[in-house]
Structure formats: C-alpha cells, structure tokens
Design a protein around this ligand. Structure first.
Ligand code: ADP
Ligand code: MG
Length: 339
C-alpha cells in the first residue's frame, strides 16, 4: 500500500533564487508532521507548494495515490491556517466558518449542522456571533481552525498558527490542535521555528535548514540523536566537541566532531541508570546557574568548556571553583556528519 502523501524530488525557485531542491518524504494517514527550522529556511514555501498556493519548479506531489502537482488549491482537499488568521473582519465568527461551504453551494441546513459541529470542536460557544474584531487573538485562531476543519480536508496545513499569540494561550491551543487532530485522524503538516512546540506536538519532525530536510524522525530521535552540528545547535543546548577532543575524550576514530547534551553528563560519579564511559574527564566548575528545574554548571576542561545539567532535586550541589570529574553517558555521544 502506498503512503498517504508522497513528495518526490520537489524543487522550487523564484527566478534565479533557489529555495529548495531534492525534497523527498512520505507521510502516513493521520500523522502530525512538523516542518521545523529557522526563519527563511523554506518552510512556508514548501508548505505553499504542497498546498498549491505556489507552483513547483519540478518534482511531484501525490495524495492518496492521486497526482496533485498541477491541481489548483481548491481541488486538493486541503485546509489552511496561517499566523495572520486571514479572516473577514466584517463578518461574524459563524459567517467566516460557513463561508467555504456557501461557496460550495451546500444547503443552509447542511451548513448549520457542520458549523455547529466545528464550533463545538474548537470550543467557541458563546462567541460565534461576534465580529472578528471583537475576538481575542486566540479566539480568532480558533475561528481560522474551525474554518479549515469544516470543509473536512484530506490534509490540514498550519503555518506558524501560534506564533503571534502569547505564551499561555499558545500552550492551550497547542493542546487543542493536537487533540482535535488525533480525534479526527487528520493528516497534518504544521510549520514552526519553535523547537519546544515541535517537540510537544509532533509524531515526526522534519528539521530544515537552507532549503534541505537535514533530519527527520520522532521528536525523541531528533532531540537525542542530532545528525550534524546544525541539528545539535537547533534542538537543545548540546555541547559540541571538535575532532581532537572527540578522539581524546571519547576515543572516536572517525575524525568527526561530536555532540553531547548537558543532561547526559554526570559530575564526580557515573550514573547508576545509564552506562557511562569508564574514563572521566577532569575539569573545574567555573559558573553555576539555577534555571529552575535544573542547575546548569559550566565546567572548564582541558580544551573546552562543558555544560552539565543536574536536576535541582539532586542531593549533591557543586560550587564555582570545585575540581570535578565528568562522566559521559556512553549512548549519548553523537558523532556529527560534516556539513
Ligand atoms: P520560512 O517560512 O522558513 O521562514 P520561506 O519559505 O518564507 O521561509 O522563505 C524561504 C526563502 O524563499 C527566503 O529566502 C525568501 O526570501 C524566499 N521567498 C519566499 N517567497 C518568495 C517570493 N514570493 N519571491 C521571492 N522569494 C521568495
Ligand atoms: Mg514561514
């Protein structure tokens, strides 16, 4: 059986400006995929190409076995939500949600039933007859989501839908979107530049940089095993060890750099839960920061400075100036691909 969405050798240029090329991936029905990467790396352009809002330069897009590469957007069976809401300000929430169904020529009875259903789903009761201007940012984005859902799309596209909202509302809507998506079994492509948002929402993350998908995998895979220096830099607070230190400290023979996350290093005694390298690296604590749930130590070793995170409940506390030994979790030393 073929996959729900298949993207093959997709390339897009604007005139002489190449945004991406050789983009290949498949998505299964019901998956929540996040395109994650820094501003300008090509996330929106890739999404817009799949949605048909931009033409592609070459390559193909299949959905449910159908080639949609040259179909107009309204024939693709997609729902879109943008950061900017893109709602009609002179209409009520209800009218905005119903708009697409009216255009399709559905009967008033059908429209009323479907609109009521999605208003329930996005929890907009009591607000449905307000004008868009009378709604908060979070409520507007619920209207935009309802408008996308009401057409029963084959794929839902969300381009930074939460980026304009403040932190608390953003977290509530993350949860709502994921909940609705799971309940409906809706295949979804979500765009964000926010690593945490990608981690908590996605089945799989496609990490992008400079028009390429650098790495794809579950949040846990991408977070714990970055494949190159960019991925290690984007996904967490990884320590990067150059070629020489990777050989000296970890015995790596590949001649590559390596990355280790701060919570995979232990001070003065190896963890009793994870296998550690036998030979510790000596160093001196030069800085200590209380981040809240963790304490972050900067440890100066021969050759570099290493960040180590210990849970704030840890019974041992170290002070600036202490001489210590660093133990590295064996499975957490990630050799980094060049480039
Ligand atoms: P992201 O969504 O990851 O921030 P975009 O897909 O918006 O990135 O942009 C990727 C690159 O494509 C940028 O360099 C941007 O300037 C360029 N780009 C996007 N849209 C257009 C356009 N309509 N014409 C020319 N260049 C564009
Ligand atoms: Mg964008």
């Amino acid at each position: 059986m073929s996959s729900y969405v298949v993207v093959q050798n997709l390339a897009k240029s604007f005139g002489d400006t190449k945004v991406f090329e050789n983009i290949n991936f498949v998505i299964e029905k019901g998956e929540f995929i996040t395109l994650l990467g820094p501003s300008g790396c090509g996330k929106s352009t890739l999404l817009r190409c799949i949605a048909g809002l931009n033409s592609v330069t070459s390559g193909g897009i299949m959905v449910e076995g159908q080639d949609i590469t040259d179909l107009p957007p309204q024939k693709r069976g997609i729902g879109m939500v943008f950061q900017s809401y893109a709602l009609f300000p002179n209409m009520t929430a209800r009218e905005n949600i119903a708009f697409g169904l009216k255009i399709r020529g559905e009967t008033p009875d059908q429209i009323e039933k479907k609109v009521k259903e999605v208003i329930d789903i996005v929890e907009l009761h009591g607000r449905e007859d307000h004008l868009i201007d009378e709604l908060s940012g979070g409520q507007r984005q619920r209207v935009a989501l309802a408008r996308a859902l009401v057409t029963r799309p084959r794929i839902l596209f969300l381009d930074e839908p939460l980026s304009a909202l403040d932190a608390k509302i953003r977290k509530r809507l993350r949860y709502l979107i994921r909940q609705v998506q799971k309940d409906m079994g809706l295949t979804t492509i979500f765009v964000t530049h926010d690593q945490e948002e990608a981690m908590v929402m996605s089945d799989r993350i496609f990490l992008m940089n400079n028009g390429s998908i650098v790495q794809s995998g579950t949040p846990a895979e991408v977070y714990t095993h970055p494949v190159n220096e960019f991925a290690a830099g984007f996904m967490g607070n990884y320590n990067i060890f150059d070629e020489r230190l990777s050989a000296d400290y970890f015995g790596l023979k590949s001649g590559l750099k390596s990355a280790v996350r701060p919570e995979a290093i232990f001070i003065n005694e190896p963890s009793d839960k994870v296998p550690c390298l036998e030979r510790p690296v000596p160093g001196k604590i030069v800085f200590k920061q209380l981040l809240g749930n963790v304490v972050r130590y900067s440890v100066k070793t021969e050759g570099t400075e290493v960040s180590v995170d210990l849970l704030n409940s840890h019974d041992k506390v170290y002070e600036e100036g202490d001489n210590v030994q660093l133990y590295f979790s064996r499975d957490e030393i990630n050799e980094l691909r060049a480039g």
